[in-house]
Design a protein around this ligand. Structure first.
Ligand SMILES: C[S@@+](CC[C@H](N)C(=O)[O-])C[C@H]1O[C@@H](n2cnc3c(N)ncnc32)[C@H](O)[C@@H]1O
Length: 501
């Protein structure tokens, strides 16, 4: 009941989560030597799906998939069901209910997603979640479970303890959150530990629901990786890989000649050691049935069977003559230094193709061609190229996929956004999701424009309509200015794969 009430009072932002996309999960699994089912026809189950901000765009993208969401909060489940009904698609439904008491007739699932659930529910529900994975996963299906890791959370426990102690648990969630902000001020004045002060600064800017559910909610049970792996084992499941960005990956130096089954124990130990070395606080684990083929630590050689996409820019003038490190930046503001000239051109080629993905051979060819266009001679060192790409993929600078989708890359004469984007734009409390399952940060005029793009208006008519709308809000701009802003916004929509035709 506590979970139910707090989530109703302070709903979790229901966002598309790129790391949960089945085409990405299948690609990561492939890096681990595991073949997962085709995402475009998959049966997908999301546990604790909130209002469906993650699940509905997946169902929309793959009309032949069958998607089911389960959500304990009645408010959120109802909001999701209403959104689906208005969108008029029939391959997704949200069930209001407890994941620990699922109906028998749900069928089998190729992908089971549980993000932000495992560590934040009572112990019995945690066990039930693993049971659901064992019971409903198809033979080669993959479950994604994110959880808090003890290695990184140990140092943060005093902050959680202080916030819980100084904010009465019987206050309604919004008031308790306000009280917590005041406590953060007190703690900032009282404490000197740099790690805790950094976290306090982060919490001030984080979404209210994040602070609430990590620091005030009754359950937040970080776990050691070893304990997590043991629990999988006890439930007839096995770890097959990590879907989160990684600073380092396990390499088993003397693994040559070992069957994957034989290296599993050492691999698990090495993963646990990595958590300690890097104070990891969050994991996104990929899991298969215990009777599925064994996986292994990620291998760069598997990259050649995948495609890639990346939305990158650089503020520097790219130097292709020297192997000097230059920063490429993703929309989240993360910086990725790249030194190899061929990888710099590859990053540029990927960014130019975004949101489309390039298959490995096309990707390497595009890098070669761009090098030639810039007049840089010399062959690409394939091994360095592949190993550099591997690092960038592990860091989530470049995202791997198994799914080659194709998107319109310009607005056209009468721009038309797909129905999901228009409905998201027109619905308060819904985030607009880009083609690559990212949350788009649109301002109010951007949402209004997107909501209007039903293909009936020319760019000039759209600009005139936007001008009238802005004028009503006391923002009187010349038509030329509004026209320019409108065109810029339309190109941005095209870049995010929101336009059709
Ligand atoms: C932290 S939120 C995460 C929401 C979403 N998965 C995300 O990552 O944005 C946890 C969600 O799990 C739901 N939940 C908690 N216990 C549940 C249970 N026993 N059965 C189904 N849903 C549950 C909550 O209502 C809430 O919407």
């Amino acid at each position: 009941m506590d979970t139910l009430t707090s989530y109703d009072e302070l709903p979790y932002d229901s966002l598309p989560l790129p790391e949960t996309q089945p085409d990405f999960l299948a690609a990561v699994a492939k890096l681990h030597g595991f073949d997962a089912p085709d995402p475009s026809r998959a049966h997908i189950l999301e546990l604790g799906c909130a209002q469906g901000g993650n699940l509905i765009p997946l169902a929309w993208r793959w009309p032949e998939s069958e998607c089911v969401g389960v959500e304990l909060s009645r408010v959120q489940a109802k909001a999701g069901a209403a959104f689906i009904a208005a969108l008029g698609i029939s391959n997704v439904r949200i069930v209001h209910g407890d994941l620990a008491a699922l109906p028998d007739d749900l069928g089998e699932f190729d992908y089971i997603i549980a993000h932000g659930v495992f560590s934040w529910v009572p112990p019995a529900v945690r066990q039930a979640l693993l049971n659901v994975c064992r019971r409903y996963l198809s033979p080669r299906g993959i479950a994604y479970i994110s959880f808090n890791v003890e290695a990184g959370w140990q140092a943060l426990q005093p902050l959680r303890a202080a916030l819980i102690e100084r904010t009465p648990a019987d206050l309604p969630a919004p008031q308790r959150f306000q009280q917590a902000l005041r406590v953060l001020d007190e703690l900032q004045a009282e404490w000197s530990d740099p790690g805790l002060l950094k976290e306090i600064a982060y919490l001030r800017k984080a979404a209210p629901s994040y602070l609430f559910h990590e620091y005030l909610a009754e359950f937040n049970a970080p776990m050691r990786f070893g304990e997590f792996a043991a629990q999988l084992d006890a439930h007839g499941l096995r770890y097959i890989g990590e879907a989160g960005p990684r600073r380092a990956v396990v390499e088993l130096e003397d693994a040559w000649g070992l069957m994957p089954e034989g290296m599993a124990g050492r691999w698990m130990d090495a993963e646990a050691a990595l958590d300690e070395a890097h104070a990891i606080r969050f994991r996104r684990a990929l899991i298969a049935r215990g009777d599925a083929p064994c996986a292994q630590p990620p291998q760069a050689a598997a990259l050649s069977g995948l495609a890639f996409h990346a939305d990158l820019r650089s503020d520097e003038e790219i130097d292709l003559d020297a192997a000097s490190e230059q920063n490429f930046i993703n929309p989240a503001g993360n910086r990725f230094p790249i030194a190899q000239p061929a990888m710099k051109t590859a990053a540029m080629a990927l960014s130019a193709a975004y949101p489309n993905a390039l298959a490995y051979p096309d990707f390497a060819a595009a890098a070669r061609q761009m090098l030639a266009e810039y007049g840089v001679a010399g062959n690409i060192d394939e091994t360095v190229f592949r190993d550099t790409l591997f690092q960038l993929v592990m860091a989530h600078c470049v995202m791997p996929t198994v799914s080659a989708l194709s998107y319109a890359n310009e607005p056209g004469e009468r721009p038309c956004a797909h129905a999901l984007a228009r409905q998201q734009a027109n619905s308060p409390n819904w985030v607009v999701s880009g083609a690559r399952h990212v949350a788009l940060d649109l301002d109010a005029p951007g949402r209004v424009l997107l909501g209007m793009l039903d293909g009936s208006r020319t760019v000039e008519e759209l600009a005139a309509a936007m001008r009238r709308i802005l004028a009503k809000q006391a923002l009187d701009l010349p038509l030329e200015t509004v026209g320019e802003l409108t065109r810029q916004q339309l190109w941005l929509f095209a870049r995010q794969g929101l336009l059709v035709g």
